[in-house]
Write a new protein. Structure first.
Lengths: 271, 120
């Protein structure tokens, strides 16, 4: 019985690792297509997805360790995964503040505050230790430090989530073309999906909930991918295709010429 | 005079409206500046010199005079009260308030397009 649940868990973690790394890589490769103004935000996103990947890589190993009943490795990997996880809000906050305010310095300072939050979380986590339980679905750790949990809820998640919602609202309240709206809101929705379900994943002490949270993290990653690279069928359904027009180049065509053409075709009443 | 006019901003707003095909009114820097000055001087007579203070970098003297005559005076936005002296009418103040809303609209569009531009 123990086999199936944990195996599924391992698979999901591995899928998240792969897809978030792949997405980060694809984003990084698309850099030349972006303007100078969006590059800082782009790199923040690349770092964000890389950190997600680096959180789930040790988590995959951790689940394998739990599966093979190697509890020492399990705990070690938990501690390792906590590091990228604690700083996952840093690039995210940088991204949001930069997009809204447009000042690299300001967003740098604000994200530095979140770096301090992250470090504080890690300090409390490591100094107070964790309790582990392995069930048929998951390997769970409960954090002993209440302060760590508070920091992490308030500092690392609630504030960035509120920021994402704020940015979403700003964009949704404006009248922008459908394609642009899709392109700007879907990544945000995807990010908040991933971000919030990572939180659920880390603090839950119900095994099934962990598996589901991870499933939703995976869905969020796929969603983010679709936001940037929507498949043609989806584009058609949503009416957001980007038509490839060729410029109609025939010089010296004036309104007059067109009127002449029409005049020639019809009868000569307007001559 | 109540507050200074931000000529640079007015120029940017006018350029924006020009870029969407509105060359007159909100898209015309001279129109904007004249109306702004008239609005600021709404409780007293506006003289040519008040307007020229702002418009000299954009226009020669004649064009301001003719603009006031052919647009502002003709449409009843100002009343000529003495030689070279004008007073804004209620209709003119309405136009000024419309002008203000064009500035607000410009700022909104600009902020949004900036956000979208920064969004990778």
């Amino acid at each position: 019985m123990m086999v199936s649940g944990l195996l599924l868990n391992i698979t999901i973690c591995f899928a998240i690792t792969l897809s978030s790394f792949a997405f980060a890589w694809v984003l990084a490769r698309s850099e030349p297509e972006h303007g100078d103004k969006s590059k800082p935000a782009l790199w923040a996103l690349v770092i964000f997805w890389t950190l997600v990947g680096f959180t789930y890589l040790p988590t995959t190993i951790r689940m394998i360790a739990a599966y093979t009943q190697n509890y020492g490795l399990d705990q070690m990997m938990y501690n390792l995964a906590a590091i990228p996880f604690a700083f996952v809000s840093v690039p995210l906050v940088y991204f949001i503040i930069y997009v809204i305010v447009g000042n690299k310095k300001v967003s740098g300072y604000v994200s530095f505050v979140f770096m301090i939050f992250g470090s504080a979380y890690l300090t409390f986590l490591y100094s107070n230790g964790v309790n582990s339980t392995v069930t048929e679905w998951a390997s769970l750790f409960s954090v002993n430090s209440d302060i760590a949990i508070s920091i992490y809820l308030m500092g690392l998640f609630v504030v960035p989530t509120a920021m994402i919602l704020g940015l979403l609202l700003i964009i949704l309240l404006q009248r922008v073309p459908k394609r642009l709206r899709y392109r700007t809101t879907l990544p945000l929705v995807a990010i908040s999906f991933v971000f919030d379900f990572m939180l659920t994943d880390m603090i839950t002490n119900i095994d099934i909930m962990q598996v589901f949270a991870r499933l939703f993290v995976l869905i969020g990653t796929v969603q983010a991918f679709l936001a940037y690279f929507p498949p043609l069928t989806l584009q058609e359904k949503l009416g957001i295709q980007e038509y490839q027009f060729d410029f109609y180049e025939e010089d010296d065509e004036t309104e007059h010429d067109i009127e002449d053409d029409i005049g020639d075709e019809g009868d000569d009443t307007n001559v | 005079m109540s507050d200074e006019i931000d000529v640079e901003l007015e120029q940017k707003v006018a350029d924006y409206y020009k870029s969407i095909g509105i060359n007159q009114g909100p898209g015309d820097i001279q129109y904007r500046l004249i109306l702004k000055v008239l609005e600021n001087n709404s409780d007293r007579i506006t003289e040519f010199a008040d307007i020229r203070k702002y418009t000299d970098q954009f226009a020669d003297r004649g064009s301001i005079g003719s603009k006031i005559k052919t647009i502002f005076q003709l449409e009843g936005l100002v009343k000529k009260v003495k030689r070279g002296g004008y007073k804004v009418t209620d209709k003119g103040l309405m136009a000024a308030s419309f002008l203000k809303s064009t500035t607000t609209f410009y700022k909104k569009v600009k902020r949004m397009s900036d956000i979208i531009e920064r969004m990778p």
